[in-house]
Ligand binder design. Structure first.
Ligand code: SAH
Length: 393
């Protein structure tokens, strides 16, 4: 079948020549043909030179690029990309690790597979597609995983119902595409967590905080810890290793129940831990002299650029409350997982928060997402998770 051709406006080829994998609809001069959502399209510059091949998607990001050389992205093409993604995790020591059996296997643009996320939970692969092009290939991906992971694979679950854009004619369902499994217990740095991809947020777990949770543990000995936006209580489980007291707060009651369950799984009934269902801003209004270490890991405040300034205000307000009230010599782990909030913008928000309180603040660490969520150097947007560890005098 003849592929649809897309020609870009003059000058709009620049970012593509620097391997940025997205083409915005505004860069397009003309589309030759009528591509359906998810079709493979070829992209050319204004003078007719080939630039890239990718998946078409009506919307702001019109093409997600699969290759900058003229290839046919067939099943062999995707097999090779997934194989490379697995090889990379192997080189990180994640695929045969006795202490950790939960990790991200495919990280979209970071693994040259824009629109595709695959998380691995001790044998269960949970896929989440963000483009129709990738969604249409879900059975092929399942077969590829079966072949490449062999007996290490128990089941493949597709959780794309809420992530496929522009559902024209597509009603994605969350379902098993291979095998079957109820919730599993995974280990992360030897701590145990119950993962339920059906009821859980994202694919079931915030795998991206693994290294930062480990870092938290280095600062919690003998401390009173507040884990704000706790969800599964994962930060709390690490903190409980050596803290005097740990409080987990989340606005959702299913989250606080899950946090309690994960604490029990690791420590039994331990009176050092308590969960509270509460709104962050209200809870933080009344914590003077209570905590020595506070974790702030809120949901993305900005999903789009047009709400960026509100989001930055939100981070400022949140951090101000914590900086104002934390005990002397306290430590705050503060994060942003908004893709549109840059590291610099986030740091400015925390700076503005600190300046408003007048307290002396040192930056102890600047942290990021772990290596199984790699950043494509040509796609700065893939560096979505950023955090600061600050010491408040
Ligand atoms: N720290 C967690 C992930 C947090 S996800 C981990 O390591 O796994 C963000 C959480 O914030 C969600 O569980 C959500 O229920 C909660 N949340 C969202 N808005 C909130 C608010 N205003 N107050 C308290 N919790 C909130």
């Amino acid at each position: 079948m003849e592929k649809v051709k897309i020609v870009l406006k003059s000058g709009k080829d620049q970012s593509i020549r620097r391997y940025h994998p997205w083409i915005y609809s505004g860069a397009i001069k003309k589309i030759y043909g009528t591509p359906a959502e998810g079709d493979i399209v070829e992209v050319f510059d204004n003078k007719g030179s080939f630039l890239a091949v990718g998946h078409y998607q009506p919307g702001s990001i019109a093409v997600r690029i699969l290759s900058f050389i003229e290839v046919n992205p067939d099943i062999g093409f995707f097999r090779e990309r997934i194989e490379k993604a697995i090889k990379y995790r192997k080189s990180l020591g994640l695929t045969e690790n006795t202490q950790t059996n939960v990790y991200r296997l495919v990280h979209a643009e970071g693994d040259d597979l824009p629109g595709l996320i695959i998380d691995f939970y001790n044998g269960v692969a949970v896929m989440q597609m963000h483009s129709v092009g990738m969604y249409n290939l879900r059975m092929e991906f399942t077969a590829i995983l079966q072949e490449l992971l062999a007996e290490r694979l128990i089941a493949v679950y597709d959780k794309s119902e809420g992530t496929i854009p522009y559902m024209s004619g597509i009603s994605a369902r969350n379902e098993f595409l291979y095998g079957n499994s109820g919730p599993v217990i995974v280990t992360e740095n030897n701590f145990r967590f119950k993962i339920d991809w059906v009821t859980g947020q994202k694919t079931g777990f915030y795998i991206d905080q693994r290294e930062n949770r480990r870092l938290v543990m280095e600062y919690t000995a003998g401390k009173n810890v507040l884990n704000m936006f706790g969800y599964t209580g994962a930060f709390s489980v690490y903190a409980m290793k050596n803290a005097s007291l740990v409080h987990t707060v989340d606005s959702s009651s299913s989250a606080t129940e899950l946090a309690n369950e994960n604490i029990r799984l690791n420590y039994g009934d331990d009176p050092r831990h308590e969960s509270y269902q509460a709104d962050a801003f209200e809870f933080l209004g009344n914590i003077k002299n209570k905590y020595d270490l506070i974790i702030l890991d809120p949901p993305a405040f900005a999903k789009h650029n047009n709400v960026l300034s509100n989001a930055l205000q939100g981070y400022k307000r949140l951090n101000m409350k914590a900086i104002e009230q934390i005990n002397q010599g306290g430590i705050i782990f503060t994060f942003s997982c908004s893709q549109v909030v840059t590291k610099e913008n986030f740091r400015k928000s925390v700076f503005a928060a600190a300046a408003n309180t007048g307290r002396k603040v040192r930056i102890v660490h600047q942290v990021v997402q772990p290596p199984d969520h790699p950043v494509n150097i040509y796609h700065p947007e893939s560096e979505y998770l950023k955090g600061l560890v600050i010491y408040v005098e």
